[in-house]
Design a protein around this ligand. Sequence first.
Ligand code: FEO
Length: 385
Amino acid sequence: MGFSKVTDSILYVGVNDHEIDLFEGQYIVPNGMAYNSYVILDEKTAVMDTVDIRFAQEWLGNIAAALDGKKPDYLIIQHMEPDHSSSIAEFLKVYPDAVVVGNAKTFAMMQQFFGADVAPNREVVANNGTLSLGSRTLTFVFAPMVHWPEVMVTYDAQDKVLFSADGFGKFGALDVEEDWACEARRYYIGIVGKYGGPVQALLKKAAALDIQTICPLHGPILTENLGYYINLYDIWSSYRVESEGVMIAYTSVYGNTRKAAKLLADKLTAKGCPKVVLTDLARSDMAEAVEDAFRYGKLVLASTTYNGEVFPFMRTFIEHLTERSYQNRTIGLIENGSWAPMAAKVMTGLLEKSKDITWLDTVTIKSALTAENEAQLDAMADALL
Ligand code: FEO
């Protein structure tokens, strides 16, 4: 509890959540989650976003410590998803004179979530609108669909800080040390992955700004080597390949399809493939599997035929990919079927709207691998390299 300095006049007042089981109702977060919030001290003071309602009191305590007896003039809401907005009413109980700052869509959503009366003192800002706090002026840049339509980011030209809303966020609480890219990629692909175009638009706007610090709503504050993070966001949002390698995602009932997937993995490794990721979709974190499919340029899907279809975990996996605009990749299919193999046809159909896919020759197994199948897998390995 308390606050920490981002700059001399920007203070971190967010909270760590180690209680949550599934973030946004579906993502496991083994290292918890952070809901970030900031206080900007100037002639007028502003609070940037709120936190999940379960942590409202801790957050209000942090704000009080940061303000040291002052009253906040503004509460700026960049994003209305409840992990950031659900403590607005609690805040206004303590600071009823504060003006809530948002755009027209922010306030429409605020009414839907919390009723018409939640923020009687309000200032509605336009795209590129500004708010003077005294020595500094904040500029609000709309970033629709990064991750919801009302999202805006905020630029402080005095401290050269970009408050980036969900952008550049990651899973994981801030009191746990872990690699940034691993959990930022899983977060980005899972939560924002569908919206590559809007993220590209925001990156273009951000490129025109002199940014020394990025203050996201989740994950650590980024102060050094910003080009590294921006480059990864550019790759992810343009659906380009981040790392050389092959992902083999499989489902298997009695182990025969697994054997084929494993054999292909071994062949790829023996032939010098820089990275092979072998994933049993029934026993893996789905978000991690989806992340890997987007990370690497080549994907092999291996599934048994099941009820004239594909195995359920494979269908779910492919739907996760296509709803996130999966594209621009090489795909090989391995199907198994003891009397009427259908999996390849179904998988192809599920992926028919994906753009710029290079398809390899399909390998069809009837129950168990044959010598001919092994030769076909060898050819598939060569085609993947
Ligand atoms: Fe962190 Fe889209 O909410």
